[in-house]
Design a protein around this ligand. Structure first.
Ligand code: FE2
Ligand code: FE2
Length: 160
């Protein structure tokens, strides 16, 4: 059973929860159209990113939980790297004027993701609220702002 802790809703559909105090996972609601940036390829990749985060929901404390968290961060880093390179090339090929700041945001996200990965690699679980804040920022500040702006720019040029 999922218990919301007192942080409750940090964005619609995303909750921190408390698995017997061992691991507060993050629930990212299933991707829906409100997350769309208007570009199919990017939406599909964002959906995969959401799916990649999902195993954190079921993770439990103990060795098994650590394996799940480790695998999840590993996959997330891999896929984020792929996705950010894809967006970088897209921006370059369309001479997107805000490419530099957009790529800088990607760099910051990778850096933070890496720091969590290193923690997990050394056997400690990152604090759930940090992970929650991080994922929240990724979605709210990046996908729903920077990626949507990129999507709008590309759509004006006839991308689909
Ligand atoms: Fe992006
Ligand atoms: Fe993106």
């Amino acid at each position: 059973m999922i218990k919301k802790n007192n942080v409750t809703q940090i964005k619609p559909g995303m909750y921190l929860h408390d698995n017997d105090g061992e691991w507060g996972g993050v629930i990212l609601k299933y991707w829906d159209d409100s997350f769309s940036v208007g570009i199919k390829a990017l939406d599909n990749q964002h959906k995969i990113l959401f799916d990649t985060v999902a195993p954190l929901l079921e993770s439990r404390g103990g060795a098994e939980g650590m394996i799940t968290v480790h695998k999840t961060f590993n996959s997330l880093l891999d896929y984020a790297d792929y996705h950010f390179k894809f967006e970088k090339e897209l921006m370059a090929s369309h001479h997107y004027p805000d490419a530099e700041s957009h790529n800088k945001e990607h760099g910051d996200l990778i850096e933070e993701l890496n720091s969590y990965y290193v923690m997990v690699e050394f056997g400690s679980l990152p604090p759930a609220q940090d992970i929650g804040r991080f994922l929240n920022e990724w979605v709210e500040s990046h996908v729903l702002k920077a990626d949507k702006e990129l999507g709008n720019f590309l759509c004006q040029r006839g991308c689909s």
